[in-house]
Design a protein around this ligand. Structure first.
Ligand code: ASP
Length: 377
């Protein structure tokens, strides 16, 4: 009897729970809008950074965060906010995206970007682009103006030209610092991690005041990449994912591991089911008689605090660490929680919401965000 009732309950939970994880209805007291950004994670040590470098990074993060927050504060969409936040980071030489991207083995800057709308799970991605100033805009154009999700290299550039994107000379993306990193990697037979110490990919996730979620990520990949290597950033489900039913995620880190774990989608999926599990647990905790539960728990009675979302993000990042990978994620939930999880010593990051939160940080612990499951390096 109990099993039958449980099966019926489980099946009915999707209908029972709309308020807990869906757009349009904000929980009372929850922020109306929320945004988080990242500019890469890695072995970040305050002693290895001059005060000027630190100030430069903080200023660049603040600029990006404010650009995204302004869109949301003025009633713009999460999709617009994500792009508004990513563009200044693509334009800044400090990050490994757009200008300042790392070099491939052959000495080129090949750019990847992806974006996803949590409203309808429409998505666009590009990889191996060399002449588009803001790849995030091209990724969005793939989403809105092509029948496809993912375009590569020359084809992506042909699409860009046909859609009126200006051709940016490839030299625009090149910076001396990144060229030296490639030279050192080759001369000393180092890995990308040895020369870069950090991943500089940029990303943003947002919840707008209509209750819609969006995520976007942009990168140059990893120094010395070759054979047409593609990381997680442009792979929907690995580096980027957004679904109004669960969350929006953007990742940075050792792309191969993020692809293997399917990090962004894995977090969203676990989160979606956590709501159901929580409901089931609550229902099982009320007294039962021979007819089943004496009381039906309503979605609004389930407290879904930030802890559960943090736990899930940390669990997925722990899987990345177990396989040998490192990096971090940012996420925003339909309730407006803006969270981080990283297993490196730091992550360039920032978050803001309609309740007045506005902060940027670089090292672990600075803003209460810990490099939880940190491997030793
Ligand atoms: N995830 C990117 C890649 O593997 C690198 C990064 O995060 O900076 O291409």
């Amino acid at each position: 009897m109990k099993n039958t009732v449980l099966a019926a309950l489980a099946a009915g939970f999707a209908a029972l729970l709309p308020a807990a994880a869906h757009a349009e209805e904000h929980e009372e007291g929850a922020p109306k809008w929320s945004i988080a950004i990242h500019g890469g994670a890695g072995t970040l040590d305050p002693d290895r950074m001059t005060p000027q470098q630190r100030a430069d990074y903080e200023a660049a993060l603040q600029l990006a965060l404010d650009a995204g927050a302004k869109v949301l504060a003025e009633g713009g969409t999460a999709m617009e906010a994500v792009q508004a936040a990513i563009i200044p980071m693509e334009d800044s030489p400090l990050f490994n995206a757009g200008r300042g991207a790392v070099f491939t083995w052959e000495g080129r800057n090949e750019l990847d970007a992806s974006i996803m709308d949590g409203r309808d799970r429409s998505a666009g991605s590009v990889t191996g682009v060399t002449t588009v100033r803001n790849p995030i805009l091209l990724a969005d154009r793939v989403r809105t103006d092509s029948p496809h999700v993912f375009l590569m290299g020359e084809g992506a550039e042909q699409f860009a030209a046909e859609r009126g994107f200006e051709v940016t000379p490839p030299e625009y993306f090149a910076t001396e610092r990144r060229r030296e990193a490639l030279e050192r990697l080759k001369a000393e037979a180092l890995s990308a991690l040895d020369v870069d110490h950090k991943f500089g990919t940029v990303g943003a996730v947002a919840l707008d005041s209509q209750g819609n979620l969006a995520a976007g990520t942009s990168t140059g990949g990893m120094t010395g990449k070759r054979w047409g290597r593609i990381g997680d950033a442009p792979v929907i489900g690995a580096g980027t994912y957004a679904d109004n039913r669960s969350c929006a995620v953007s990742a940075t880190g050792w792309g191969e591991y993020f692809i293997r774990v399917g990090v962004a989608q894995e977090i969203c999926t676990r989160l979606r089911y956590a709501v159901h599990v929580k409901a089931l647990e609550a229902q099982l905790s009320v007294p039962w008689d021979e007819n089943g539960p004496t009381y039906i728990v309503h979605a609004s009675e389930l407290a879904m605090g930030p802890e559960i979302f943090q736990e899930i993000a940390d669990e997925v990042m722990a899987e990345v660490a177990e396989l040998g990978g490192d990096g971090g994620v940012i996420l925003v939930t339909p309730e407006g929680h803006a969270l981080y999880s990283f297993n490196t010593t730091g992550m360039y990051r920032g978050r803001a919401n309609s309740d007045g939160m506005n902060e940027v940080a670089i090292f672990g612990g600075e803003d209460g965000a810990d490099s939880g499951n940190t491997p030793d390096h």
